[in-house]
Design a protein around this ligand. Structure first.
Ligand code: UDX
Length: 458
């Protein structure tokens, strides 16, 4: 099919590239002309493993193009994916102004029938507002503009795999035509009739994606309900970690055993600095606000949000307890991105933590494998190191703020030798307390017994 994608951020770019990869003819646009310029010149404005390869291949095969003129892009596609941002407003509601703007643009430019597909995460009932906007602003009455909700379940760091090998494809439609067209779009994914560029030619023969057709409201609700449940799991693990600390128990053992129950499952039970990123925090807030508007008391989610917000306070308390005085001390921070395998620092706990440490007068030197440029642009006032070893030089404490797997395999003896004091504060429970103690570190983390150095006899 001929497909247009509006918005080339983490969701739009992955969606456009993967739709081209599975055989569609795709044209993408963005209101940020510099992004289109970068893309047209072969650059990729975000780090997402494998995305650059997929984009290059699709462009070479003439199935993916970028255009700064949205009118041309609306005209080019029979199906239009709306992938614009829906950031949080101060009161927690999702800001839907970009969606409204795109609706008006589509309505005024469309001269032939279009399938208008809501990929951005929006509160339930947005699809019906979108429908209304399309008909109110339609320049050419009678042109069929069908609205579909097709929520994204992409995780940053694995977004290409998540698009090409999804657990489920959810579509919210109002008629058979829209359902049929959506099935045509996703057929290669549902039937795995493409050679996945991310794996060897024989893709994992895991269970094929489940196809779920429902109403627009239900499809929108599925997205918020899923993301908020993930946030609930993380906050549940974190509050049990606080309890484990009081009981001298080990949260790692507790959540490992919990996860052995298939009804609970092992993922999203890692205690630490909590959830960040451009999705979970804002989706949870928007969900609470939607519930409030519907007269439903979702205080359970507000509790999850409160627990998440406490993580930074708790961790700064641990740092203060270990250091006594923070002011003026050089601290190394490993990790800036909100999670591993991404360069995204939006709503990253690491950034919040560093801002708090700077407020307390610490001298911070940070390192991250991917997110340095994006962090520098929003936080110019700290030092940035070339490597973890460079960050550790002369520091009074080393802090792990993002669970990058490569931090596990650092030469910790070498790190310790470069530090002014062998104090390690692990904000993501990435390392083993016993191993770090054996390496001579004073080690603190969330919900696990501290390895505190014996007070040297005076
Ligand atoms: C999330 C959802 O997982 C995805 O399905 C949805 O489409 C978009 O939002 P993403 O925001 O990319 O994806 O990140 P995710 O992997 O969910 O992690 C979110 C945050 O939770 C990260 O800050 C991560 O560090 C934190 N986290 C995750 C924990 O603190 N503990 C965990 O056990 C898991």
């Amino acid at each position: 099919m001929r497909i247009s994608v509006i918005g080339t951020g983490y969701v739009g770019l992955v969606t456009g590239a993967c739709l081209a990869e599975i055989g569609h003819q795709v044209m993408c646009t963005d209101s940020d002309a510099s992004k289109i310029k970068t893309l047209e010149s072969g650059g990729v404005p975000i780090y997402e493993p494998g995305l650059d390869k997929v984009i290059a291949k699709a462009r070479k095969e003439g199935r993916l193009s970028f255009c700064a003129n949205p009118a041309d892009v609306v005209d080019a596609g029979d199906a239009i994916f709306i992938c614009v941002g829906t950031p949080p407003l101060p009161n927690g509601d999702a800001d839907l102004s970009a969606i409204d703007h795109v609706a008006r643009m589509i309505a005024s430019e469309a001269t032939s029938p279009k399938l208008v597909i809501e990929k951005s995460t929006v509160p339930a009932r947005t699809g019906h507002e979108l429908k209304r906007a399309l008909s109110v602003y339609a320049r050419k009455p009678g042109v069929a503009l069908r609205v579909v909700s097709n929520p994204e379940f992409l995780r940053e760091g694995t977004a290409v795999e998540d698009f090409l090998h999804p657990d489920r494809v959810v579509v919210g439609v109002e008629d058979e035509t829209a359902e049929r067209q959506m099935r045509d779009i996703y057929r290669p994914v549902l039937e795995r009739t493409f050679n996945c560029p991310m794996h060897s030619p024989e893709c994992p023969k895991g269970p094929a994606a489940q196809w779920l057709v429902t109403t627009i409201n239900s499809a929108e609700l599925i997205k918020h309900a899923s993301n908020s449940f993930l946030a609930l799991k993380v906050s549940y693990a974190n509050i049990v970690a606080d309890l484990a600390e009081k009981l001298d128990a080990d949260i790692g053992e507790v959540t490992r055993a919990m996860g052995m129950d298939p009804r609970i499952g092992p993922s999203f039970l890692n205690a630490g600095l909590g959830f960040g990123g451009f999705c979970l925090p804002k989706d949870l807030q928007a969900f609470v606000r939607l519930a409030e508007r519907c007269g439903v008391d979702f205080s359970m989610l507000q509790a999850a949000e409160k627990i998440n917000k406490q993580r930074i306070d708790r961790f700064v308390g641990k740092i203060r307890e270990a250091l006594w005085v923070v002011r003026g001390k050089p601290l190394a921070v490993l990790g800036l991105a909100f999670k591993p395998n991404t360069d995204d620092v939006r709503f990253a706990p690491a950034i919040d933590l560093i801002n708090r440490l700077v407020e307390e007068g610490a001298r911070v030197r940070a390192y991250d494998p991917q997110a340095m440029d994006k962090a520098r642009s929003i936080m110019p006032g700290i030092e940035y190191a070339e490597s973890a070893y460079d960050a550790a030089k002369g520091c009074e404490a080393l802090i792990i703020a993002t669970e990058w797997p490569e931090f596990r395999s650092l030469d910790w003896e070498r790190i310790r030798a470069r530090m002014a004091r062998p104090l390690l504060l692990d904000g993501r429970n990435l390392l083993s307390p016993a191993e770090m103690r054996a390496l001579g570190f004073e080690y603190r983390s969330f919900g696990r017994p501290d390895a505190v150095a014996e007070i040297q006899n005076a």
